[in-house]
Design a protein around this ligand. Structure first.
Ligand code: AHR
Length: 505
């Protein structure tokens, strides 16, 4: 059994954990939008203006800070003017990236903004740089955010929306190294500068422009983009063209060609998955280090706008729809990511799980009128108190909490902590598949009030929720907290995620 002491100084606050690290992603892919978020006004499934209300209700409990849309790869073949005006007159297109299915454009700009309003989430719009034009992107910003009178404002008003919306987050392309145009980094950097120039701040709506960045550990891409971040010498005070730089990282148990099943896997697959998840720490450090060279004042945010597990699609489903089940393993991947994100709060500004409904590592799965909350959903819910809290460094001293996984080492204990308005939240994961871990929380620099804990675990790593058994994996109260002279002690069962909530005394 592993032993660990986690030393936390309650009186030394670290950088703020941006709430946007708990961001989401909805693409026109498979059943994420159609059948997931959107059922149409005539559906027997309860909806508001076509948007599914059971999905909205479930997601509101997560305090979703932002929602990225319309892609992904789809964003770079999406032409926004096809998605406005009377629905029955909207042009159709083929979604060539995802299943070659026909897209009827019934879910467009107005529907997305209504969805964000229902969720209480900020919109993050991903503009088309791969097959669109500078004018098209510029006009989309004008349509959404300009007040007064202008051609795009008149068009918006004709479509029933008087007031401009507020949109902060604006993506300039997506995966430009691949599906977004197969560009070289140098070309992508120049093009991003050009597009960003014409994505104007209208009135007091200030855009946070996010340049499409690297995949995985492609630090060279990040360096090339960072070299072009501002026009040094053009103005007395150089201004950044983009405020954020993205990168993507997916967790797999092996190579892309052999991703494996979401639910049928063995312990070795599980440990490989966890080792792959923990790699994100090194990768964030790599990108941040490169960014520090060009932006030592950290004015540019690092944005991981796609992350999560990627398995084979569920048997019998469309391979282009990326529909996968979600087990306790996925939940532990999420918990581990969040601990790492919190440690990088000084540079990592936003992260978006791929994707929110029915695609990849989803929060909710729908089937007709049925809705199931996944184990990953529960991690987002249990961790929501970290949003916009001050991070507290966790110094972990462990014994026996390491495993060799191929040529990598896996830390089987993971933790993070934060404080907000006098309320302390500590997240702990025991990633060991078989062994429990004894953990002492050595809380210094302050006293605490009463502590409560919740635990997410199950008999097997493969446990998952279905319509027939929707609560196989769900958080339960944990009554194993023991007060010590200077904190708390507990035994973490194998493969478990746990949160401790307390207050500063
Ligand atoms: O999330 C699925 C796809 O993964 C996105 O469309 C793309 O950006 C990435 O390759």
């Amino acid at each position: 059994m592993a032993n660990a002491t986690a030393v936390i100084n309650l009186d030394i606050e670290g950088p703020k954990i941006s709430r946007h690290l708990y961001g989401h992603f909805a693409e026109h892919l498979g059943r994420c939008i159609y059948g997931g978020f959107w059922v149409g006004e005539d559906s027997p499934i309860p909806n508001e203006g076509g948007i599914r209300l059971d999905v909205v209700e479930a997601l509101r409990a997560l305090n979703i800070p932002n929602l990225r849309w319309p892609g992904g790869c789809f964003a770079d073949e999406y032409h926004w003017k096809d998605g406005i005006g009377p629905r029955d007159q909207r042009p159709r297109m083929v979604n060539t990236h995802w299943g070659n299915v026909e897209e009827n454009n019934h879910f467009g700009t107005h529907e997305f903004m209504a969805l964000c309003e229902l969720l209480g989430a900020e919109p993050y719009i991903s503009g088309n740089m791969g097959s669109g034009t500078v004018q098209e992107m510029s006009e989309w910003v004008e349509y959404l955010t300009r007040d007064g009178d202008s051609p795009m404002v008149r068009l918006r008003k004709a479509n029933g929306r008087e007031e401009p919306w507020r949109v902060k987050f604006w993506g300039i392309g997506n995966e430009t190294w691949g599906c977004g145009g197969n560009m070289r980094a140098e070309y992508s950097a120049d093009l991003s500068r050009q597009y960003a120039t014409y994505c104007r701040d209208h009135g007091d709506n200030k855009l946070y422009r996010i340049a499409s960045g690297a995949t995985d550990a492609d630090y060279k891409w990040t360096e090339t983009l960072m070299q072009q971040i501002s026009c040094f010498g053009c103005e007395a005070t150089p201004k950044n063209f983009f405020q954020g730089l993205s990168f993507h990282y997916y967790t797999l148990a092996g190579p892309w060609e052999a991703k494996g099943s979401a639910t049928v896997f063995d312990t070795d697959d599980y440990y490989r998955t966890m080792a792959s998840a923990q790699k994100i720490d090194r990768i964030i450090t790599g990108h941040s280090t490169v960014m520090d060279c060009y932006d030592p004042g950290r004015t540019v945010g690092l944005v991981l706008d796609e992350w999560g597990t990627w398995w084979d699609v569920e048997p019998g489903t469309n391979p282009g729809f990326l529909y996968q089940q979600n087990t306790l393993r996925d939940a532990l991947v999420a918990g581990t990511h969040f601990d790492i994100f919190h440690r990088h709060a000084d540079r990592l500004y936003m992260a978006n799980i791929a994707q929110t409904v029915n695609v990849l590592q989803a929060m909710v799965l729908t089937d007709g009128d049925a809705l199931v909350l996944t184990p990953t959903y529960h991690v987002f819910e249990m961790n929501k108190g970290h949003q916009d809290a001050a991070s507290l460094a966790v110094h972990l001293r462990t014994e026996g909490a390491r495993r060799r996984v191929g040529d990598a080492e896996l830390d089987t204990l993971s933790a993070s902590a934060s404080v907000k308005d006098g309320s302390v939240l500590i997240s702990l994961s025991n990633l060991d598949a078989e062994e429990p871990a004894e953990v002492t929380l050595d809380l210094r620099g302050g006293s605490i009030g009463e502590a409560t804990a919740r635990i997410l675990t199950a008999d097997g790593l493969q446990a998952h929720n279905t319509a027939a058994n929707p609560a196989a994996v769900r958080p339960r109260p944990f009554d194993g907290l023991k007060a010590t002279g200077q904190g708390l002690a507990l035994t973490l069962p194998p493969h478990s995620f746990l949160t401790v909530q307390t207050s500063l005394g």
